[in-house]
Design a protein around this ligand. Sequence first.
Ligand code: NAD
Ligand code: ZN
Length: 233
Amino acid sequence: MGDIQNIVILTGAGVSAESGVATFRGPGGLWEGHRVEDVCTPEALWRQPELVHRFYDDRRAKLGTVQPNAAHEALARLDAEWPGGLLLVTQNVDDLHERAGSTRMIHMHGELTSALCASCGTRVPWQAPLPPGTPCPACQMAALRPDIVFFGEMPYHMDAIEAALAQADLFVSIGTSGAVYPAAGFVRTAKHHGAQTLELNLDPSEGSIWFDESRMGTAGTLVPAWVEGVLSS
Ligand code: NAD
Ligand code: ZN
């Protein structure tokens, strides 16, 4: 891999599965027993704020009981040791990448440990439960909501992500089903700009045909092996 300078990595719920964090589409297509449209849309937040806030309160509380796994650790090692460009884009809203030590990273779908003011747009670090009607520390409006990008909302930092994809020599997708756009389209953008593309996933994702290479298995095994290979090449 002598010609690889810039690496862009996309991760999804599968990278945290071995830490005990449930993936999006669990049994019956539910996320922790909920239909996605009941907890991941602006309409749900408007109609049933208690349910939506409580759902993310539960996910946030769970963070205290889980630890980064070998995949998060290996990606943090790559971040620390890779001398070229590197950007880790995660769709995950958990904090396991940063707790493992990754720094060159973007949470494109928001973070459980952050609250967003629906009135003024201020973001505040948040660890406690977040009941509907919690006042914003900046504008005092009772408008704090979970800082999660719902379906139909614009993912964060798309400009920086597009710029990194345009410069990428290698694009690696890990533990994501490839069903949620725009993330599912990143492989095609990277490929269009000439990047090699590699997928590490339990089973072939929906966009599997776009990858030059697919390795099937668990992230906890595949990711450390891949990182070792990249760093020793
Ligand atoms: P997804 O649940 O749709 O897909 C997960 C993928 O990971 C599947 O293809 C599955 O085969 C694979 N997988 C499962 N276990 C694995 C393992 N041990 N090793 C490797 N791969 C494994 O998740 P997604 O594609 O990230 O979809 C997205 C949305 O769900 C995101 O927008 C995210 O915000 C949200 N979400 C986040 C979390 C989290 O933060 N941990 C958890 C659930 C859902
Ligand atoms: Zn505010």
